[in-house]
Design a protein around this ligand. Sequence first.
Ligand code: S3P
Length: 452
Amino acid sequence: MSGSAHPVPMTARRAGPLTGEAHVPGDKSISHRALILGALAVGETRVTGLLEGQDVLDTAAAMRAFGAEVVREESGVWSVHGVGVGGFAEPASVIDCGNSGTGVRLIMGAMATSPVTATFTGDASLNGRPMGRVTDPLALFGARAYGRAGGRLPMTIVGAADPVPVRYMVPVPSAQVKSAVLLAGLNAPGQTVVIEREATRDHSERMLAGFGATLRVEDAPEGRVITLTGQPELRPQTIIVPRDPSSAAFPVCVALIVEGSDVLVPNIGLNPTRAGLFTTLREMGADLTYENPREEGGEPVADLRARFSSALKGIEVPPARAASMIDEYPVLSVVAAFAEGPTVMRGVKELRVKESDRIEAMAEGLRAAGVTVETGEDWWIVHGRGGAVPGGATVASRLDHRIAMSFLVMGLATERPMTVDDASPIVTSFPIFEGLMAGLGATLTRDTSGRA
Ligand code: S3P
């Protein structure tokens, strides 16, 4: 059972080398934030390169429900007329965030300090994920949350009419939690302080500063301390969304494991809080280069060139790097299966509360494909086969786009094909995945028989 209303089984089989350019879509994290901050600024924010994946489209619909005018002008070009900090209207119906943890958690933060009530829901994956990590700090501002057992969606948030600023130490390494607290702090008087022990992606901080919020970031012995001055007047912006390094990971990784491949992935955002995978791959001996490095829209950007490497070796991934590559462990584990020796991944408990339990989902599929995997609560080890990997399995994608894409990448290099029971979740982050991979020479086929 895939959990989708209309599952799309898909099979990847080995063909020739993959070559050419892969133009991946805009960054998902930055796209959500552009729409939400645009909705909180009075006047017109223009966004180009927006990811038009389902997760982001759901956030656009939510911003309309809170009173902003959000218009798609042409492919990737969007205009947002915001209502101002504290100006959210009360939505007339339930906000459906689909599959998106980032969408729901950031929007909860953004509305929690306004005198409005909103009810949130999502798909079976999102409704199984923990929201207490966000509603706990939002309660400190004065917001109230009423959800299902275990802090799950559907959930109603009653925004604080008289919010107070907070000082909050984020207990798990999570940019979503940090960002929810910062967005809530926007409409609280005085200074809201968020402390994170380990640096997570800093797009919210960068973009808040760009919109004119007063924000100070300091490295202190307790961690990274972010101080936000509440109730600013946000100035509308022009935002150029860089292409998503988390999506670039798929064409990069497939090029490394399919013999003879040579793929260029242009214009990829290489914010250091996101680029951990590429450092790791290089440590594994990958032929991966950064060409034409530059800065665009306040973010470092480069063209990535990945070529097949026959000499990949397993490594121990430094746990301190986990936050900067948290979404890339599934596809890293696929590369690890082809490398020589074990790849050890520790300090990755957060993988268990993503769109699926990503350690279990990958371990199950990798084992079915003939790879030895060991797992623990916050670690896993993939024993690389140093070349040939049997494959020949059908695996469950568990409503998780990155699980589906990881196993399809794998099937392009295994001896026998790999099938995912449902590729439909891929539209959440990478709606052009199938066509883009086909353009590189990949053989992906949909099973049209209707059997999952
Ligand atoms: C994201 C943060 C990460 C990441 C997610 C996007 C964001 O989640 O996994 O895909 O845009 O802030 P956590 O904050 O739960 O680590």
